[in-house]
Design a protein around this ligand. Structure first.
Ligand code: SAM
Length: 290
């Protein structure tokens, strides 16, 4: 069964009385080359165990099942379970877990399904959970490789360099935990129903250790958030809400200089290493004050 063929999709979904839910981000792939390319580059064949988020009617799942030893897919929409029973009937290495991926313990799921073996994650992600889903995938530390299709602008934001318009607090979060690269773009006309935006397939390779070392990870991300909350302001002004209970504006300016940064620099120009230096300098200063 060609699960990307429009007539097949319409026929299967009609027989099951299925209706697309916009609120669940249901845009199914209709170009067979796309799930093939995603599965090929997902590491399914080498890593052998795969968790897929949101199998839909199973076009990507089938490609993963052809390459991996075992595929566990998490699907929120109960209405798709009988559909998947039919469309993936030929595979005995597939299991579906009904539930919301955001309320699952992904590390525990991998232990339960794959024991101590390595696993990859793969998904055509529903747009509305892109940021929390990528956050959960990275924080689980359960995956050797994460291959996800997301909105093209989000993929660009995740991979963005310091000083560019796309650079954001989320770029820093992802790049702290993983090496990020865009594999290829997928135009909006490859889906039913067609979304308003284009997509891109992103590969995240989680790092063994964070990209930069800091004395205080919580403070690091607190300073990153503060810098980007007011990204058009100078770093000194942007840091005020986060630090003014302990430091005066002059002391924050001194802190920025002591971290080797220009006093009038904007936070959006700082690299991960700059934020790490700023964090360690601030942490040392704040520790003296306690
Ligand atoms: N993989 C299919 C494809 O590429 O054609 C479908 C992808 S569609 C963009 C997203 C899928 O994720 C849908 O099947 C939707 O029901 C499911 N989904 C939405 N929210 C979810 C959640 N919180 N947890 C798990 N699955 C979810």
């Amino acid at each position: 069964m060609n699960l990307c063929d429009m007539d097949t999709i319409r026929d299967v979904l009609r027989r099951h009385g299925f209706r697309f839910s916009r609120s669940l981000g249901q845009n199914f792939l209709t170009d067979a080359s796309v799930p093939q390319r995603i599965a090929e580059q997902s590491g399914a064949a080498e890593i052998k165990n795969v968790v897929e988020i949101g199998p839909g009617m199973g076009c990507l799942t089938a490609e993963l099942c052809r390459r991996a030893e075992k595929v566990v897919a998490v699907e929120l929409d109960r209405a798709l379970l009988p559909v998947l029973d039919e469309t993936l009937a030929e595979f005995d290495n597939f299991e579906v877990v009904q539930g919301d991926v955001l309320s699952l313990d992904l590390a525990a799921l991998c232990r339960e399904k794959f024991g101590a073996a390595h696993a990859a994650a793969c998904a055509n992600l529903p747009y509305y959970i892109t940021t929390p889903a990528i956050t959960a995938l990275l924080e689980s530390r359960a995956f050797d490789r994460i291959t996800v299709m997301v909105q093209k602008e989000v993929a660009q934001r995740i991979c963005a360099a310091p000083g560019t318009a796309a650079y954001s607090a989320f770029s820093i979060f992802v790049q702290y935990h993983a090496a990020a690269e865009i594999l290829f773009d997928v135009p909006a006309d490859c889906f039913i129903p067609q979304p308003k935006v284009d997509s891109a397939v992103l590969r995240l390779t989680p790092l063994d250790a964070p990209a930069v070392q800091t004395r205080n990870e919580k403070l690091f991300f607190g300073l990153v958030r503060a810098a980007f909350n007011m990204r058009r302001k100078t770093l000194v002004n942007a840091l005020m809400p986060a630090l003014s209970s302990s430091l005066s504006k002059e002391e924050i300016a001194e802190l920025v200089r002591a971290a080797g940064l220009e006093p009038n620099v904007r936070g959006e120009r700082l690299s991960l290493a700059d934020f790490a230096r700023l964090t360690d300098t601030a942490d040392a200063l704040l520790s003296e004050r306690r």
